[in-house]
Write a new protein. Sequence first.
Length: 274
Amino acid sequence: MLQRFLHNKTAVATVGLVLFVALLGIFAPLIAPNDPYATDIVNKFAPFSLEYPLGTDNLGRCILSRMLYGIRPTLGLAVLTMLGTIGLGALLGLMAGYFRGWVEEVIMRTVDVMLSFPSQVMVFAVVALLGISVQNVIIANVFIKWAWYARMIRTGVMQYRDRNFVQFSRCIGTPEHFVLLRHLVPSIASDLAVLASLDVGWAIINISTLSFLGLGVQAPTPEWGAMLNEAKNVLTSNPTQMIVPGVAIVVLVSAFNLMGDALRDVLDPKEAAE
């Protein structure tokens, strides 16, 4: 598997880019050239320079420093959202695909109800109901998105449920939780990895959208979507303030989407060949 990964240039490049961005966010306090919260109205809209490599915004704050600090809420919240959606979706998808019967009926009918509503509208409704906060944004995204993953994972589990190795374990009296954890979960691990990488990209867009609309991360905390919200009023006078976070979101989301496709090729080369 490692050899296939190293020979897949897309996988190596996208994983490297994501790790590089994550490291920039982790070490932002050491790398950032200026305080991301320090305002200097006199130097607002300053051009590129050694002191301000990407210039300053409408309040005189260093755009590069805010971009680096903004990686933490942008990428961190997306990863937390991914873990919540994948965890809940995998649990219910495993139960529906393995136990079948009334368990499957209850879970899948709930999934059908959840998927019948536009996801973005439901996210807005949940945030409006619970209140504007980072925690509620994560809860809203998990609450809405888990149904899609439950359906996808259920389909994968059903492909392996009747395989010989699973049937043999059940015939000899192996506990159900052992069959689920030791046989079915490893069998769908590649699907989970691909779904997880794709989910982070979706979560970045969703969290940035909510922050742009004022429903997510609140000012003055640096977050890429919130930075776009602050920049929209000065788009004509200082387009760099909006271009930088906008391009960063596009590049990072594209990297996660490409990484998902590349991981599918690495983890399941036969399916990719077909």
